[in-house]
Design a protein around this ligand. Structure first.
Ligand code: T1G
Length: 688
């Protein structure tokens, strides 16, 4: 008997446990072990009904994602065979769903006759996020259970449903009471035992949809899909459910296999694992315990500070928010209150939930109040001296072991840490991205003397906040901003050489970027980068190309959307960028001053120059150990800079283009352009 499943007898009820930690994925050997247990229970006359449940933490994570897109070993029983065996089972089978039961895990539950969910459980078919439709009958059974409209919401949307919603939608038959799920599942099985095998879902038919249902569904998803193929493939599978079950199932398998072998699915699978690998910190024991955090201090109640406070409140932390004076503090609290009031007004939050969050917020103007904090995040303006003074105070007033984090986006965290004196090992960076309560990316900046458990604790706080956290070493801009600055610089050079802002932006959004570089600069504000350029002008290499166009725009007070003019013009109350001939004239002027002859530039050159420059700089930070691994760079760019997930991030994409091709183009550009020296890591990757 395999150790991947086990059968226990509870009176006349057989309980079958899936035993494949950590998430009971349907890896090779698991379906076969479960079929063996099912056969044993069916053949046993002393057994009247069966319970199927996840062992260890009760998670059932579905098919083994490592195996998607690869051939299944010949002769090894498959997930489909397990579900077919459940379907054909003559004795009633109750699925007891303790925790997340997703993908093939929920498809197994749909092969059972009944579904009982724990109040903390969740069910769903999130395969679309992996670039595939559900491939083990979910697109055929779910419409038969809950109807096409609700099935489309579950399958094309790809979001898991919590227990209450799952019950309301009919995805489960009962919600268990708090307490022992197994006991209740056994009782449920005893209830149904006398009724014989219920009709399997596959024997039901789908209620015919209203006229135009699928046309409307396709139209509504065409825009949202943003070039992704999987959502439309899910709709095709749902339409196939109108066929008799065997034919519909066969069609859904054909579509699934076609998607599973696609570049999009390969990229999304890469991102799934990359985001989990990013949580692993090199060079330390990742299993060591983290420090307890329940109260978080936030210093600074501006846009970033209030956003961080909201994110912490939303994650269940108590928050002590500090500003230097009452007016600034009141403004920050008003910003927080307005955010929650807006969510209540939109029906996204109840008044009670809002009151609970505000009740967990303490507003102070005295840093002594940080004595109760387990973690403090400093988010004041970007001045080293101010930050050092704050960290010297924090070292004095906070309790031993409290973690002291700075949200700085480019100042050397080691220099801030020094100010903490003996507490230097408690200091690190937590670089949030604005708006901090929305953006998923969090860079955990590894100060040289940061304690391993402090880094792990910051990582675990990020995870609890629902952030995708990545460890970054210390350099100007850490991982994301440093690389993005190179991408942005190349876009500006292209503008000077003859392209227009809208041509560059369209070439990059056609590639899949959420926004073009010039639209991003106008959104962020040109004055911020201008201030940084002025502060570091003395470090600039006079022998390297420098385009004065952004400085000229700032000198004209054109800071972007905030001043209704930047690289584009913006009409009152409208964020739609409007090309401005004045900017193109200015580009021509700076080109002439730089002795550059403007020319027509192709979209292909735009994409290549912007992205190959980005990849080359990414390789440079790999060489410098600023990023722990290639896939971390993909995680940063897909979660913080609008790089298309369906391309797997810049390093995955470059690998698909061919690092040798990237290197050869980089070498070619280096003959005629500054800043194109090939990074050693790029040479290494190209020669691998
Ligand atoms: N296959 C392989 N490994 C998986 C896995 C899976 N399905 N799910 C998780 N892991 C690994 C993960 O990489 C990590 O590994 C460890 O388990 C813990 O994961 C036919 C084809 C279930 C909610 O999309 O959403 O079914 O880093 O950190 O936070 O139609 O895992 O420790 O080495 O995420 O407790 C569809 C994916 C598959 C669910 C648990 N299923 N998993 O979250 O743990 S395709 C999914 C999750 C499919 C069928 C199709 C989450 C979780 P390591 P974790 P967690």
């Amino acid at each position: 008997m395999s150790d991947k499943a086990r059968l226990e007898r509870h009176g006349r009820i057989a309980v079958i446990f899936i035993e494949n930690p950590p998430v009971n994925a349907m890896s090779v050997g698991v379906p076969g072990a479960l079929i063996a247990c099912l056969d044993q229970a069916q053949a046993d006359d002393e057994i009247d009904a069966i319970v199927l449940t996840g062992g260890n933490k009760g998670l059932i994570g579905g098919a083994d994602i490592n195996m998607l897109g690869k051939p299944w070993p010949e002769g090894e029983p498959t997930l489909h065979m397990l579900i077919d065996a459940l379907d054909a089972c003559k004795k009633p089978v109750v699925a007891a769903l303790q925790a997340h039961t997703l993908g093939g895990g929920y498809e197994i539950a749909l092969g059972c006759h009944y579904r009982l969910i724990h109040p903390a459980g969740q069910v769903g078919l999130p395969e679309v996020n992996l670039g595939i439709p559900p491939g083990a009958g979910g697109t055929q059974r779910l419409p038969r259970l809950i109807g096409l409209e609700k099935a489309a919401e579950v399958i094309v949307g790809g979001k898991p449903a919590k227990a209450a919603k799952a019950f309301d939608m009919g995805m489960v038959d009962r919600i268990a009471a708090e307490g022992d799920l197994l006991e209740q599942a056994i009782a449920f099985a005893q209830d149904v035992a006398g009724k014989g095998a219920a009709t399997p879902i596959s024997a039901r038919s789908v209620t015919l949809p209203s006229d135009g249902f699928f046309d409307d569904l396709r139209a509504s998803w065409a825009k949202k899909a943003k070039g992704l193929r999987a959502p439309m493939a899910c709709i095709d599978c749902l339409e196939a459910s109108l066929l008799p079950f065997p034919e519909g199932y066969a069609e859904s398998r054909r579509i699934f296999l076609d998607c599973a072998g696609s570049e999009e699915a390969a990229a999304l699978r890469h991102m799934f694992f990359a985001e989990r690998t990013a949580a692993k910190i090199d060079g330390i024991d990742n299993k060591q315990s983290t420090r307890p955090v329940s109260t978080v201090g936030v210093i600074g109640a501006g846009t970033m500070g209030s956003g961080i406070a909201i994110a912490m409140l939303d994650s269940g932390y108590s928050v002590i928010l500090m500003e230097r004076n009452k007016d600034a503090l009141d403004a920050g609290c008003a910003r927080i209150d307005k955010n929650y009031a807006g969510q209540v007004a939109k029906g996204r939050m109840t008044e009670d939930a809002k009151a609970k969050r505000i009740g967990a917020l303490t507003a102070v103007t005295d840093i002594e109040a940080m004595a109760d904090a387990d973690l403090v995040v400093e988010a004041v303006f970007e001045d080293l001296g101010v930050k050092q003074a704050i960290f010297a105070d924090l070292a004095r007033v906070t309790k031993p072991g409290a973690i002291l984090a700075t949200n700085t986006s480019y100042i050397d965290v080691n220099k801030i840490a020094e100010a903490a004196g003996e507490r230097v090992s408690d200091v690190l960076g937590m670089h949030f991205f604005s708006p901090a309560n929305i953006m998923k990316l969090l860079e955990i900046v590894r100060a040289d003397k940061a304690a391993p458990d402090a880094l792990l604790t910051a990582m675990s706080v990020g995870r609890k906040m629902g952030k995708t956290a990545v460890v970054a070493g210390i350099c100007d801009g850490f991982i994301g901003n440093r690389i993005y600055n190179v991408y942005r610089r190349e876009a500006i050079f292209l503008l000077e050489e003859g392209a227009s802002p809208s041509q560059v932006d369209k070439a990059m959004t056609d590639f899949g970027m959420a926004l073009g570089p010039f639209a991003v600069m106008d959104l962020a504000g040109l004055d911020i980068a201008w201030a940084q350029r002025k502060a570091t002008a003395h470090l600039r290499d006079p022998n390297k190309r420098y385009c004065t166009l952004p400085d000229r725009l700032c000198e004209l007070g054109r800071f972007g959307q905030k001043t209704s003019r930047g690289f584009y013009i913006y009409e009152e109350g409208n964020r739609k960028p409007i090309p401005d001939p004045e900017v193109e004239a200015l580009a021509a002027e700076t080109a002439a001053e730089a002795g550059i002859t403007r020319r027509t530039i192709t979209d292909e050159e735009i994409v290549q120059r912007c992205l190959f420059a980005l990849v080359n700089e990414a390789c440079a930070i790999l060489d410098e150990g600023i990023a722990q691994r290639e896939s971390d760079i993909d995680v940063v760019f897909c979660n913080g800079y609008g790089f298309p997930r369906r391309r797997g991030g810049p390093m995955f994409w470059a690998g698909r283009v061919g690092f040798d091709k990237v290197l050869s183009q980089v070498k070619q550009y280096s003959q005629t352009h500054d800043f194109w020296d090939p990074s050693p890591a790029l040479v290494r990757l190209a020669n691998n």
